[in-house]
Design a protein around this ligand. Structure first.
Ligand code: ADP
Ligand code: ASP
Ligand code: MG
Length: 410
């Protein structure tokens, strides 16, 4: 007998028929003799609908109240799934975030989980019932409702799995697993049987929204085996696991893209120690995550500083940068929201050269200009014009995954 955490995303609980199908699957897992804790997202489209409602009553909806509103989406799903299970003769009890003390910090809209009280869930499960837990939500130390950022139910599920020491965390979604690229954009993408935590971390942080990045961090830290699969069939999906030695043999495991960043440039900044810190500190203090940063070579004691931020934080960051720019005597500030970041990821890059060079060649052959570059041990990213994003993904997938990279090519 195993203890299994199953997470169902928005599409899987998108309407009453699907909710009943999820209940059937949960019931079948119980019949096989397993204990089950289910984590659910809001019904497909619901979180967006709620955000739109907020935008209709206020120009800048308050962050705390936004979380109170958004958390209702998952409250609906847990209640409906628990009812559907009960209707099939399966005992079930729903839990909201605060009822199992999913404690988080107080950063509304992107809170981080600090701890979870496993006792209540385990008591229900040991008593022979299914615990149905609301994803995406938590509670801070002042009892405020918080949410974990878009896609946050993945993180709720893996954190719950870690807290109850589950044997596996199954993430049921609308594709059959983790693919070599987003299958909706790249029809030739292949499903991976296994992927290492570190590769999945990179893919998730580079735009592959199949798993929220924090969920992969939790999985890696607590060694939770994660199985990403579809709720529409029984086919096995992708296991996200500890690195295995054969994984380094593959140079490029995946291609990802991200359209959710914007670029800000400060022009002609006096090149003095401490200036980058002066420009970027207020942004960090506002919890805005700066991603890529480049500083152009300075010849005459001046330099240009360019960096990217999430598009949702762009207006705020731009306002801050304009203030600092005036203070430090920069010539001006320019910005661009129609950018895309395309990235290739693979453990094999650690020990093989040539991937970056091949990537740039492939983009050049399509006439795609590279605006910024960043690399880590196992990834290369390039910022390009957003209108070429899908083309870039497809040609990179073709050249680096389907055809493979020649070692040492440069
Ligand atoms: P859920 O609502 O189940 O959480 P999401 O929409 O958050 O589902 O995540 C699943 C989506 O992630 C897929 O529909 C797919 O378009 C997208 N995706 C992006 N990159 C990948 C990838 N490499 N492999 C699989 N899916 C991906
Ligand atoms: N409902 C939330 C969202 O749409 C959380 C999730 O689905 O994971 O982002
Ligand atoms: Mg998701």
């Amino acid at each position: 007998m195993a203890l299994i955490v199953q997470k169902y995303g928005g599409t899987s609980v998108g309407d009453p028929t699907r909710i009943r199908a999820v209940a059937e699957r949960v019931a079948a897992t119980r019949r096989e003799g397993n204990d089950v804790i289910v984590v659910v997202s809001a019904m497909a489209g619901e979180t967006n609908r709620l955000l739109e409602l907020a935008g209709n009553v206020a120009e800048r909806p308050d962050a705390r109240e936004t979380d109170v509103l958004l958390a209702t989406g998952e409250q609906v799903s847990v209640a409906l799934l628990a009812m559907a299970l009960q209707d099939m003769g399966v005992r079930a009890q729903s839990f909201l975030g605060h009822q199992i003390r999913i404690s988080t910090d107080s950063v509304f809209g992107r809170a981080r989980i600090k701890s979870i009280d496993a006792d209540a869930m385990l008591q229900v499960v040991r008593g022979g019932a299914v615990a149905v837990v609301a994803g995406f939500q938590g509670v801070d130390e002042d009892a405020n409702i918080t949410t974990l950022g878009r896609g946050g139910s993945d993180t709720s599920a893996v954190a719950v799995a870690a807290a109850v020491k589950a044997d596996v965390c199954e993430i049921y979604t609308d594709v059959a697993g983790v693919y070599t690229s987003d299958p909706r954009i790249c029809p030739s993408a292949r499903k991976l049987a296994r992927i290492a935590y570190d590769e999945m971390l990179e893919l998730a942080s580079l735009g592959a929204k199949v798993l929220q990045i924090r969920s992969v961090e939790f999985a890696k830290r607590y060694g939770v085996p994660v199985h990403v699969r579809t709720s529409f069939s029984d086919e096995p999906g992708t296991w996200v696991v500890q690195e295995e030695s054969s994984m380094e043999d593959v140079l490029v495991t995946g291609v990802a893209h991200d359209l959710n960043e914007a670029k800000i440039t400060l022009l002609h900044v006096p090149d003095r120690p401490g200036l980058a810190a002066k420009i970027l500190s207020p942004i960090a203090d506002a919890h805005i995550v700066v991603d890529m940063i480049i500083q152009n070579a300075s010849e005459d004691g001046f330099t240009d500083l360019t960096f990217t931020v999430p598009r949702t934080d762009y207006q705020k960051a731009l306002g801050m940068v304009k203030e600092v720019a005036a203070e430090i005597g920069a010539r001006g500030v320019t910005s661009d929201t129609s950018i895309a970041k395309v990235s290739v990821v693979g453990l094999g890059m650690r020990s093989h050269a040539g991937v970056a060079a091949r990537m740039f060649q492939v983009l050049a052959q399509e006439g795609i200009n590279i605006q910024m570059i960043s690399t880590s041990e196992i990834k290369v990213s390039a910022v390009i014009d957003a209108k070429y994003a899908e083309l870039a993904v497809r040609v990179l997938h073709q050249a680096l995954i389907e055809e493979g990279v020649q070692e040492g090519a440069a």
